[in-house]
Design a binder for this molecule. Structure first.
Ligand code: FYN
Ligand code: ADP
Length: 571
């Protein structure tokens, strides 16, 4: 093996990597060029791959993660060494936490110098750092191993519980050359990268027996249910069983939020009262109050029984005992349950379903009344009412959502109608996913994207509006501008600097989009917002709407105020 430029009969590390990705149906790379991967980005583009360059690696990483969630193929993020790698690592870890498949590929410095800690350019033992923070991590040292390296990365990202994989590629690897025919033979097309996992028949029967005996059954759909692309099977299970269901935020739209069996509008009631709860691709983590405590109805907690469908066997009993674990892929598990319901399945008692409908209708009516108000200045409700109508008219649009109040209000106000159309802060409640997720949604689907952003949340990735303009993506960013984190009214009791939660008042965010040739609109009323949003969706032009919201609207930490140590202390 030499480091010569490849001739007709030879290939090199650059091309082997590109060919290995293409062979596995991966056609897009999200990344940021620089030493040692600049030429790789050029060559990938020249070889027909879509190369989406970002302004910061974290957003490229977030884009890769969202692409993974949407497509069931690992999203690829490509970065430079040490600092670029670290910038991408937050996204890789977030992807792993959320069970999204992605591969972070980073160039790295000379192994001999890094390992002897002799002070190389961007020296860092990246593999060691990545290992505890993702699902799997590999390094490739020889060009002939690139095919296997990519195969291992793809399998690790997709099989079982999906997650993030790190692939370390030292600079020297790219220029290594080898015989072209041997290079071609060294590549691997991964067969069946996410094998179905059929549940055991006795586990299916145990779950059915529990469901059959339930007086107040409930199904909770999590983002695993959205990821699984088992939409028809899930709908069949819910409709045939007649069991009410509750979607976690990224499972909204697996069935339309307007579905008669949705219990989303009476969440607290169903969680507290249900006697048998079936979790489908949802973990009993903080978002579900760990399956215990007041949320789960105190006394009822002693008698409640859980069924859990998950591809990861060790998820069972993570917080409370699981009476009927159903380990397998969601499509197979749900199909087995549907088959097992049989013709004589008795739907849940009507006193349970009627009680839910009654409470739900009351809450929906209350919400409708609030949405009909048109206060001046605009508040979260009147602005979100506009977006709610826009999504109803374009149910194929993808909603990206982050913030605190902006997140929490959007989740309950903006109904989703189709699966995998809502991308948000996920398991960690992370801020900064906005523009990366929006770019990925537009690039992978070509559908209109509406990014609903708190003004603080937007700040984490705001520079990527240039990326949105550069690739002319059909993304409409709506910044909910209430002058600060949570709201804009805090004051520093000592005078001087503004309070830590307060931003420049009445900031003109829309001018950021204008700076790069996109459309920027200042919206002070719901009418302004509706007009600008309609135009953005119709034209597909990159647009940023600066929605001015009453700075007194919103509460500290939105609906998770109880997690603030000070608030918790007072309780
Ligand atoms: C929901 N609700 C509705 C509707 N949908 N009412 C009327 N109409 C509609 N369409 C009701 C629902 O029954 C609840 O009322 C309430 O609105 C809130 O519903 P939600 O949002 O589903 O439930 P809740 O309690 O907020 O859920 C808990 C949670 C959620 C932890 C899952 O808050 C969450 O996902 N939080 C993520 C927060 C986060 O990550 N933030 C980023 C960091 S911010 P009741 O039934 O009466 O309770 C840093 O500060
Ligand atoms: P949410 O936050 O919406 O409740 P979580 O991220 O907590 O969802 O849970 C998703 C769960 O789905 C994870 O435990 C993961 O193992 C599981 N999962 C992901 N894909 C599949 C699949 N294809 N089949 C079965 N389970 C899956």
């Amino acid at each position: 093996m030499t480091n010569d430029t490849p001739s007709e009969d030879t290939t090199d590390g650059f091309h082997l990597l590109i060919d290995a990705l293409k062979l596995n149906g991966i056609d897009t790379i999200f990344g940021l060029p620089g030493i040692p991967i600049t030429d790789l980005t050029r060559m990938a583009q020249a070889e027909g791959m879509r190369m989406i360059s970002f302004r910061h690696e974290q957003h490229a990483g977030n884009a890769a993660a969202a692409a993974g969630f949407l497509t069931q193929k690992p999203g690829i993020c490509l970065t430079v060494s040490a600092p670029g790698f670290l910038n991408g690592l937050t996204a890789l870890t977030n992807a792993t936490t959320n069970c999204f498949p992605m591969i972070l590929i980073s160039g790295s410095s000379e192994r001999e110098i890094v390992d002897l800690q002799q002070g190389d350019y961007e020296e860092m033992d990246q593999l060691a750092i990545a290992k505890p923070l993702c699902k799997a991590a590999f390094r490739v040292l020889h060009a002939q191993d690139i095919g296997i390296g990519i195969a291992r990365a793809i399998r690790s990202a997709l099989s079982g519980r999906p997650g993030g994989v790190y692939l370390d590629l030292p600079a020297k690897l790219f220029a290594q050359t080898m015989d072209a025919a041997a290079g071609k033979r060294s590549l691997v097309k991964v067969v069946d990268p996410a094998p179905r996992q059929i549940p055991a028949p006795d586990a299916v029967q145990r779950a059915l027996d529990l469901l059959k005996g339930a007086k107040r059954p409930l199904i909770v759909l999590g983002k695993g249910a959205a990821y699984a692309q088992a939409d028809a099977e899930i709908r069949a299970l819910i409709e045939k069983s007649g069991i009410p269901y509750l979607p976690m935020s990224m499972a909204k739209g697996v069935l339309p939020d307007t579905h008669a069996q949705s219990a989303a509008a009476t969440r607290s009631y169903v969680l507290a009262e249900a006697d048998v709860v079936m979790l489908v691709g949802a973990r009993l983590n903080w978002l579900l109050s760990h399956g215990k405590g007041k949320t789960w109805g105190g006394a009822n907690a002693d008698t409640r029984q859980f069924i859990q469908i998950d591809i990861s066997p060790t998820e069972m009993d993570s917080n409370v005992p699981i009476a009927a674990p159903l380990v397998g892929d969601i499509g197979s598990c749900v199909s087995a349950l549907v088959a097992g319901l049989g013709a004589n399945w008795a739907k849940p008692p009507t006193d349970w379903t009627n009680a839910i409908t009654e409470r739900k209708d009351k809450n929906l009516a209350k919400m409708a009344a609030t949405l009909a108000l048109n206060p001046v200045p605009m508040n979260f409700h009147s602005a979100l009412n506009v977006i709610r109508n826009a999504v109803k008219a374009r149910p194929d649009a993808i909603v990206v959502n982050e913030g605190a109040n902006t997140l929490d209000f959007t989740r309950s106000i903006v109904d989703m109608y189709e699966p995998r159309k809502r991308l948000d802060v996920g398991t960690w409640g992370i801020m900064g996913i906005g523009m990366g997720f929006a770019v990925a949604a537009a690039v992978t689907t070509g559908k209109p994207v509406i990014a609903i952003e708190g003004d603080s949340a937007f700040g984490f990735s705001g520079m990527e509006v240039e990326t949105i303009c550069r690739y002319n993506l059909p993304v409409c960013v709506i910044v909910f501008n209430n002058n600060g984190v949570y709201k804009g009214t805090d004051v520093n009791p000592r005078g001087g600097d503004v309070a830590p939660t307060v931003f420049v008042k009445n900031a003109r965010y829309e001018m950021m989009m204008q700076a790069f040739g996109g459309v920027g609109v200042l919206a002070k009323t719901p009418e302004d917002l509706a007009k600008a949003l309609d135009e953005a969706i119709a034209s597909g032009k990159p647009t940023l709407i600066n929605a001015m919201i009453d700075e007194t609207a919103g509460t500290e930490s939105g609906r998770i105020t109880s997690l603030n140590p000070q608030t918790a202390k007072k309780k």
